[in-house]
Design a protein around this ligand. Structure first.
Ligand code: MG
Length: 374
């Protein structure tokens, strides 16, 4: 089997999500938005798909992929990774991810298996946590500690057994005391049985992060995520040494799984972190096995098809699927009109079922996509 084409399918849809100056998402007025699907076609008619990809990557990607056997994922991934050194933003980790995921989708279809079983299945469902958007100043939104408590209660009533706050970022933060107040309000509202996590500001000083971490220990929080700039690994070593609550990371630090290896051996966090956006499912599975070999848990960042299949194939925690980002004024369930069905519906117990359809189990609404194609 040979790859004969790599194509981008671009289409418009109506979005009710806007991004602030730092790139954080919030509910906003409805507007046109563009989405991209990467499609890899073979001479035997089997095709693989992934969300994402960009025109800037196409020349290099076609040079590596056309004529190649699509089942040589590792060879393709290594060659593209080596190109990244010189190509910079035109072939970043997200582009690499789109190619790698499309190849996994294709391989699953060739085998007639969902990707998590191709990897070696471990479980058929995974508990989800409700992951909020960042704090805001929108009335009825996430504008006060009390509004986080209200939203946490609504999520628990929906079935979630775990809830993660993203609190106020610039320019509404930083404010360690307000973050702690929000965490306290949520704990008081949902009681002791619900797992709670905090992901805050990302730029606190060491002493501010320590203050918050100690407060979370008092409140019985489950983990503490990215309170400081991840470029400073020594700050995380300093913090993790002093706290009992598990520190999770790194999430956004560059350097793929090589960086996670450094964090693990330097004891910079207690639970590692990775997701398919960092180069694809191929490096995510390497990072999961790296963590397993060190007796370290790994919490998968973000949601979607690729992450869910990885969670179905993990023999170590990965305790939770991150479902979101959620907000009281945003209809998350309706946010992907190009899909005929979401991949991550939750049941009444707060679990997401690992999809069983071959490949990455995409259920595209092709009529919608073709009608809105650019
Ligand atoms: Mg995070």
């Amino acid at each position: 089997m040979k790859i004969i084409e790599v194509e981008l399918i671009r289409f418009q849809y109506r979005s009710k999500m806007v991004r602030d100056a730092e790139g954080h998402s919030h509910p906003g007025p409805e507007h046109d938005a563009t989405a991209t699907i990467t499609r890899i076609a073979t001479d035997e008619g089997v095709e693989g798909y992934a969300m994402g990809g960009s025109p800037a990557m196409l020349d290099t990607v076609r040079q590596v992929l056309i004529g190649e056997d699509p089942l040589y994922r590792e060879r393709i991934w290594q060659r593209l990774r080596q190109f990244q050194r010189m190509l910079g933003p035109s072939l970043d980790d997200r582009h690499l991810s789109a190619i790698d995921l499309a190849l996994w989708d294709l391989a699953g279809k060739v085998a007639g298996l969902p990707v998590f079983k191709l990897l070696g299945g471990y479980r058929d469902k995974v508990p989800a946590y409700a992951s909020t958007m960042c704090g805001d100043d929108i009335p009825g939104g996430l504008d006060s500690p009390e509004s986080y408590a209200d939203f946490a209660q609504a999520c628990v009533e929906q079935g979630y057994k775990a809830f993660k706050l993203h609190t106020w970022m610039a320019p509404l933060g930083p404010d360690p005391k307000r973050d702690v107040a929000a965490c306290a309000a949520v704990r008081e509202r949902v009681g002791p049985e619900i797992d709670l996590m905090l992901d805050c500001h990302h730029d606190y000083s060491r002493t501010e992060a320590l203050y918050i971490g100690r407060a979370l220990e008092e409140l019985g929080y489950h983990w503490f995520e990215e309170p400081m700039n991840e470029s400073s690994m020594s700050s995380y070593i300093w913090l993790s040494e002093q706290l009992d609550i598990p520190v999770v990371g790194p999430e956004t630090a560059r350097g793929l799984f090589y960086t996670r290896a450094e964090w693990i051996v330097n004891k910079a966090s207690d639970i590692s972190r990775y997701d398919v956006a960092l180069g694809g499912l191929t490096p995510l599975m390497k990072c999961i096995h790296l963590a397993e070999a060190h007796g370290v848990a790994l919490e998968v960042h973000g949601g979607g098809h690729g992450n869910l299949h990885a969670l179905g194939a993990m023999g170590i925690p990965g305790e939770y699927y991150e479902r979101g980002l959620l907000h009281p004024l945003y209809d998350f369930e309706a946010a992907q009109p190009w899909l005929a069905s979401r991949v991550d519906d939750i049941d009444e117990d707060g679990n997401v079922t690992i999809p069983q359809a071959p490949g990455l189990s995409w259920d595209f609404d092709w009529e919608f996509i073709d009608r809105n194609r650019i």
